[in-house]
Design a protein around this ligand. Structure first.
Ligand code: GDP
Ligand code: IMO
Ligand code: MG
Length: 428
């Protein structure tokens, strides 16, 4: 059996939570492999909306296990709050939720450092979610960090104090004011609760599931254009959000990766700073934000909106080895008479290219657009692929031709049921 990977092909918030919840019933295990509480994954069903940050999006399905992999950075306080919020739904965490002992722990000073670093950057801010993601990955790579497995060791407190001291020295350097008393009390309460959960050797756990002939869905966080290596550096997150991250973030060999589901919005959004070539600074951008309710699930910040960027999407398909595409939020384009896709970048010397540029500085290239007619109709009553309006089918066919990958799901609303499948999905 193989691990199928689902990931976002843009700058995050493509609708990963919705699709993982939709697909979860086909799998035995859902696994998060990178990121942490910077993620906000929204699921809607039976009239209730849930936003998950670190808990994998398969959690609402009876009999399906969920695991937080070693590649994740885990904030115990936010994690326990998530579990408390899920209390009314009587989910069986004891048999359905597992956490890697090798996942990195976010401590309160990581979040303070995130804020101090952002403040020091002035107008060059990354626009971080300020959840401590960058500083925690920094400590992991510097071989200083704490891991989930440490919470059950006797010297956890001593290790914590040592790490904290390395942070408070930096905070003092930045003259960053803080009060840790309440933050630490909450942290140690949460750590105590965390130590009671299923802490596992997750690489054995995942590989044993595969050995038993069961199937695994790896749930990406953020998006490919936020990848630490391939994203719009330095305006990126601090992990590999691309398919390779599933191997290192779970301990799964490349040969055991099966399908790679790449999901993208029918247009494009970005939250936080950094280049976004197709961003619309006009009324149309405002209309997209309004129609798409484009406000962050984690921070509530308004998302920047623009048209689909085909060179960027091609790039994401390439670095991930996407085998199936899912188009999200097609219904949002129903509000538009016409819509556009950026097909190429025109460089200063006049050449056209469909390659992502090293530097996405807007003064270095112009955007070449293709216009598409809208469909002027509501999609909400549609239940099969063939019923989709001709204009939408043409748009999909155009993307399939240029991306050379089939679009097998079209999402037409936030609810689990508002999902149109072209052909029964190939899952590993
Ligand atoms: P994620 O981070 O990739 O899981 O995405 P988010 O949850 O941050 O943002 C996606 C938003 O779009 C959420 O509010 C979803 O409920 C919503 N959504 C997902 N798919 C669709 C869709 O097809 N149509 C509409 N209108 N909303 C959608
Ligand atoms: P999901 O999983 C959208 C963005 C932040 C910022 C940059 C770095 O919900 O798609 P970080 O907190 O990681 O240091 O922030 O990355 N970012 C996201 N944008 N969706 C996310 O997650 C994101 N996680 C981080 O806005 O620009
Ligand atoms: Mg999100």
């Amino acid at each position: 059996m193989a691990v199928d990977v689902l990931l976002g092909l843009q700058w995050g918030d493509e609708g990963k939570g919705k699709v993982v919840d939709f697909l979860a019933k086909k799998y035995d295990l859902v696994a998060r492999f990178q990121g942490g509480p910077n993620a906000g994954h929204t699921l809607e069903f039976e009239g209730i909306k849930h936003v998950l940050h670190q808990v994998p999006s398969g959690i609402f399905h009876d009999g399906i296990k969920n695991i937080v992999g070693n590649g994740v950075v885990l904030d115990p306080v936010i994690f326990m709050k998530e579990l408390d919020d899920l209390d009314p739904f009587n989910l069986d965490f004891k048999s359905h939720l597992f956490i890697s002992k090798k996942a990195a722990i976010i401590i309160p000073t990581h979040r303070l450092l995130d804020a101090a670093y952002e403040k020091s950057k002035g107008d060059k801010k990354i626009g971080s979610t300020l959840r401590g993601i960058g500083p925690t990955y920094q400590d992991k790579v510097a071989r200083l960090g704490l891991r989930v497995g440490d919470v059950i060791s006797n010297d956890f407190k001593a290790k914590y104090e040592k790490l904290k001291k390395s942070h408070t020295d930096i905070l003092e350097y930045y003259e960053f004011e803080y009060d840790l008393v309440e933050l630490e009390e909450k942290f140690f309460n949460a750590v105590e609760r965390l130590s009671q959960l299923n802490l596992t050797d997750s690489e054995y756990f995942v590989n044993n599931v595969l050995k038993e002939g069961k199937s695994v869905l790896a749930e990406g966080a953020q998006g490919s254009l936020l990848d630490i290596d391939f994203g719009s550096y330095p305006f990126v997150t601090s992990s590999n959000t691309t398919a390779a991250g599933a191997c290192t973030g779970l301990g799964v060999a490349p040969k055991n990766i099966g399908e790679v589901y790449g999901i993208f919005k029918a247009y494009c959004t970005r939250v936080g700073s950094g280049p976004f070539p197709t961003e619309l600074h006009d009324e149309t951008g405002e209309e997209l934000r309004k129609a798409g309710n484009e406000f962050g699930a984690t921070t509530g910040r308004p998302r920047r909106c623009g048209w689909l960027d085909l060179p960027a999407l091609k790039y994401a398909v390439m670095v991930n080895g996407v085998t199936q595409l899912f188009m999200m939020k097609a219904d949002i384009l129903s509000a538009f008479e016409t819509f556009r896709v950026c097909t190429h970048y025109k460089l200063k010397d006049g050449t056209l290219t469909d390659q992502m540029q090293y530097d996405l500085a807007p003064e270095d290239f112009e955007l070449v657009y293709k216009d598409f007619p809208g469909w002027n109709s509501d999609l909400s009553s549609i239940s099969s692929f063939d019923e989709l309006p001709e204009q939408l089918l043409n748009y999909i066919a155009y993307l399939e031709e240029h991306l050379e990958v089939p679009v097998n799901i079209v999402s037409i609303g936030p609810d689990r049921t508002e999902t149109i499948i072209k052909t029964e999905l190939a899952v590993s």
